[in-house]
Ligand binder design. Sequence first.
Ligand code: G3H
Length: 536
Amino acid sequence: MSIKNIFKNAIIPEKFNIKELYNQETYLINGVLRKWTGETSKVYSSIFTDEGNGLERKVIGTIPNMQEQNAFEALDAAYAAYDYGRGEWPTMKVEDRINCVENFAKMMVETRDEVVKLLMWEIGKDYASSCKEFDRTVEYIYDTIEDLKKSDREDSNLKKHSGIYAQIRRGPLGVVLCMGPYNYPLNETFCLLIPALIMGNTTVFKPAKYGVLLLSPLLDAFQKCFPKGVVNLIYGRGRVLATPIMKTGKVDVLALIGNSKSANALQHLHPKQNRLRLVLGLEAKNPAIVLPDCDLDLAVQECLLGSLSYNGQRCTALKVLFVHQDIIEEFNKKYVKALSQLKYGLPWEEGVKLTPLPEAGKPAYIHELIDDAVANGAKVINENGGEVVESFVFPAVMYPVNEKMRVYHEEQFGPIVPIVAFDDVSSPLDYVSESNYGQQVSLFSESANTLAPLIDMLVNQVCRVNINSQCQRGPDVFPFVGRKDSAVSTLSVHDAIRSFSIRTLVAFKGTDSNKEVLNDLLDNKQSNFVSTHYIL
Ligand code: G3H
């Protein structure tokens, strides 16, 4: 199939077809699925279809276009449910909170087919990756439950030092404003929301810009599984909803995966900034450094995966490839050939890897980067590179890229692959040192002598050095974090539980009367916090 016909000849399998619009007519505030009667916004797919008027971006539904006062209602509900830490949810037994989250996971599993279908339509993610996103999220929830049980068991004892006993646990922080990204609208959002909830925080949750309707099948589960006010889900624009509620000072944690500019703008609105904890996953410009003593085929394969999985729309994507002068000709040839074998098409097509993009402005932006790179001496070195058909952009491989070009510096978050030649490894190392970002790097070499000094320098500048492998977040039990403008706080199954909680303790001098009171309290299981009970 020629690229031009990517949408024209599309056959939509029956089970993935959308026959009726998904009109999201309710929203969740204070435990009630309220009917929305105000203005709505259309939800456009990444995919263009021809329904009689030529190719048009398909409308797949509508969502409430909520306003400032709705955001305040959601915030007030979360604030009241937290009630300064005195509410039902923050004071509940950890075991009971775990049960709520487990019930949610069970209900969630039932929605898999629908959520996967919406992931494909809304953000153009291929079927296999959409399934993976769903399954990985469910696994993340169960792993979080297990991790919390383990750490709760470890905390279910009393420590004694200098004549003072203490029970030390982790407590919640308060109201969490939670906003996820469009590239992983389920997974990344839930990697914030679930640990925030399970640790006893209450939440105001605003879905990403794209990938909104896929939460509709889950609204019921949120409503049924959590006490009122614990999960409040609002629809609309971040500027309209998040800005006013940050200004109130009632948000204790800003949990956002997105852009550092929005994160900066929002955090500065908080009137009491020391009260605000930040859990942020932001931009990155992860480089690959391909050294002359690498396994070239392996390097090409990993660089291809790293730069173009989900069309390069991953914060962990390889966004610039530094390749040693001696092997660059061979590398480019092999890279371009491997790319030409990637299947493009619509998300449900078997084996498809390159798919349409959700952001309306992205094709034009990719072209700005191409034009700028060409004006500064680079070429598109692959056949069809940069070809656009509506929302689909065939990846453009640019070579030779240098520091005068925008694509050398900007996080493209899309299908354009800048390749830079180097003859001294100090130039990619300087790139990392001078970069505004510090998430990950990939090193390609088969020599321990080559790798060792690079590893030792790079671990102090980024937060994950991948050897002969692409950059990636997973497995989700590993710490996911970044330096500089790439992240604040660590997210992994275990670290996220820590990020959304604070250590708090009950301490007492070991006098006879204190021992008697505390023994009484423990024997009668009167406190949810001071307890030696083991969650099994
Ligand atoms: O967009 C950033 C994601 O966390 C990347 O996750 O490396 O598993 O694709 P991934």
